[in-house]
Design a protein around this ligand. Structure first.
Ligand code: BMA
Length: 388
């Protein structure tokens, strides 16, 4: 389960926290080229000192495992905004009726691809039955979609059978992109397919028995095994709302199921929780964005939160933020097929700067984008842990 240090090929991000809210954190990106020595780091920190009201109590070095993504869609935090996560000011990126006879494209995953971006999108026609379509974009903001759903290839017709497909996640592991989604096979379960070109998709065995949703793979293997987070449930939408992890050597035989995190505690996640985009590997642990659901007089409300998982035993939660990062507040999150839903599914990460561009479904109607800094989220989780 050990990971060679050489794979930490990102740059180091220095985070200085003087105890102030996130907007007052000061960030320095230092290259891993030998210049980020402690002496130089201390020197740079001293030069930042006038910005701080008192000396920082600590200095955190966050390394992100991943590649630089200089063309990540990005807007800086608006002046005066002290939220951890801020919304793209031209949201939604995919609006109402994005295609003829399509009522919504949402809860969809976007990944870097060649010089631009590609994604697997939940697309619903007038009948509201969800299917998965490939979409492409040069800038991560404007997308064009394949008119037909993905035609998964599979030798076993029993595996290929599905009544619906929704909430896809896309995870790159050893040069292959894996799509996991909620697959309708006598109830919702986790479908898996793999592709190297986003044209040909090979569908594999469903991971689990129904009923299960929110299947999300880790972006690397652990001792040669794949790990997947998922959220088993009963036939309905409410009970059994906890996140579990399962392991497989071959993406067919799954076992060693472990409980990861439970709903409950603060009200915002009192009903159920489910993993969001693929976890991001950092030197402080796996950063997992997830959705938490509360039940109100008007039904469910979905918000986005974050937790840190142990790097080698990711069923162990290091810390979970007690407050959500994003709650439904914008008009496109409150008005749609299901009002009051922020459902994170895809996350681009620029490992060089820690910038995050998070794609989330809004109100089961729109695709929206929000931004954040990985180091600030990690720091917030550690500073504001949910006590269990
Ligand atoms: C969940 C899933 C999501 C959806 C959410 C809110 O159970 O079905 O696809 O966004 O409900 O309706």
């Amino acid at each position: 389960m050990t990971r060679p240090a050489a794979s930490l090929k990102s740059r180091t991000i220095e985070l200085i926290n003087n105890g102030a809210p996130p907007a007052y954190y000061r960030l320095l990106a230092l290259p891993l080229d030998g210049t980020s020595s402690p002496r130089l780091t201390a020197g740079r920190a001293r030069r930042m000192k006038p910005a701080l009201s008192r000396p920082p109590p600590f200095l955190m070095h966050l390394k992100i495992v991943g590649s630089p993504l200089p063309h990540i869609p990005w807007q800086p935090r608006p002046a005066g905004n002290q939220d951890l996560i801020w919304r793209y000011d031209a949201n939604p990126v995919i609006g109402r009726r994005p295609l003829p006879r399509v009522t919504g494209i949402y809860n969809s995953a976007v990944v870097p691809w060649k010089d631009g971006f590609i994604g697997v999108f939940r697309t619903e026609g007038m009948d509201r039955v969800p299917h998965l379509h490939v979409g492409r974009s040069a800038d991560g903001l404007k997308f064009t979609f394949e008119p037909k759903p993905i035609d998964f290839r599979c030798d076993d017709p029993e595996v290929r059978k599905h009544e619906y497909a929704y909430d896809p996640r896309v995870t790159l592991i050893d040069g292959v992109h894996y799509v996991t989604w909620c697959n309708g096979y006598h109830g919702p379960t986790i479908g898996i397919a793999r592709t190297t070109d986003f044209v040909n998709f090979e569908q594999l065995e469903n991971a689990f028995l129904p009923y299960n949703r929110n299947g999300v793979l880790f972006p690397r293997k652990f001792d040669g095994k794949f790990l997947m987070l998922s959220r088993p449930s009963d036939t309905g939408h409410t009970p059994f709302g906890d996140i579990f992890i399962s392991e497989t050597p071959d993406l067919v035989h799954w076992g060693r199921h472990r409980h990861v995190a439970g709903r409950g505690g603060p009200w915002w996640q009192g009903t159920k929780i489910g993993a969001g985009p693929s976890p991001i590997e950092t030197s402080e642990g796996w950063l997992l964005l997830y959705h938490g659901v509360t039940t109100t007089c008007n039904g469910f409300v979905y918000s986005m939160g974050g937790m840190l998982l142990d790097l080698e035993q990711p069923w162990k939660v290091i810390a979970c933020a007690k407050e959500p990062f994003l709650v439904p507040e914008a008009p496109y999150e409150l008005t749609g097929f299901v009002p009051g839903v922020c459902f994170p599914v895809g996350c681009l990460c620029d490992a060089a700067t820690g910038r995050l561009a998070i794609y989330y479904g809004a109100a089961d109607t729109f695709s929206a984008l929000c931004f954040g800094q990985a180091d600030e989220l990690v720091q917030f989780i550690k500073d504001n842990p949910l006590k269990t």
